[in-house]
Write a new protein. Structure first.
Length: 229
């Protein structure tokens, strides 16, 4: 089973072996705390799968919605501890890259914009797939365009306001609708990692945040302001 809840529009996928059986998207956005378990239950009942029969769980771990990621990770860890299912964590940037066309040599996935800064992950085309090209960074789209190799495809979620920066003929801005990760893509990537034995233990499955939650930042700021001199 694959879980993708890094955006308001989450989804769950179920497969058997290397065959994807079905993908279910809850009817309303921003209700992962209410709809994730029920979506998993619907999929299991439709295909005659008991909870104890789920042997592998693939989770899109972010960056993305703080709440959505926490719910997905907590649910997957709980099921793994209760049933012995093995876990695979997949960065959401890789989930999106899986959907991107292979027309360019390089790809940048830009997520979780805040004050014009994105969590930027770059990929390089290898045969018929995208492979990570260095560690993710926090930066602006201008920073990306100044440093990234060409030809480059850029996928930004959320999309930049107004016209995208730069006028380089070797930069392709992918349509915003491609910036929505899916459980189907997470399932396919999870299967690849599972076949090569890239499982992790439940305690080490953690959300990948682009930056600390706003509440944590404010708490640290207030603590500094009230620190006695």
């Amino acid at each position: 089973m694959a879980i993708e809840t890094s955006t308001p529009h989450g989804s769950v996928a179920l497969g058997r072996g290397d065959a994807l059986l079905e993908v279910v998207a809850p009817p309303q956005p921003r209700r992962h705390n209410l709809d994730l378990i029920s979506a998993m239950d619907i999929l299991s009942h439709r295909h005659g799968v008991a909870t104890k029969d789920i042997s592998e769980i693939y989770v899109s771990v972010g960056p993305g919605s703080f709440t959505g990621l926490r719910i997905a990770v907590a649910t997957a860890r709980m099921l793994a501890l209760a049933t012995g299912a093995r876990l695979v964590g997949i960065p959401t940037a890789a989930v999106l890259a899986h959907r991107a066309p292979l027309d360019s040599r390089h790809l940048a996935v830009c997520l979780n914009r805040k004050r014009d800064h994105y969590h930027i992950t770059t990929f390089q085309r290898r045969a018929e797939t995208w492979e990570h090209d260095g560690e993710p960074v926090l930066g602006t789209l201008d920073d990306l365009l100044a440093a990234a190799p060409r030809p480059l495809a850029v996928l930004a979620n959320p999309a930049p306001e107004g016209s995208p920066p730069g006028s380089d003929a070797d930069v392709i801005w992918l349509p915003p609708e491609m910036g929505v990760p899916t459980a189907e893509a997470a399932w396919h990537l999870g299967r690849v990692q599972a076949r090569s034995g890239q499982f992790i233990e439940p305690p080490t499955l953690l959300p990948l945040y682009a930056r600390p939650p706003e509440a944590v930042t404010l708490w640290a700021q207030r603590k500094r302001e009230h620190k006695p001199h």
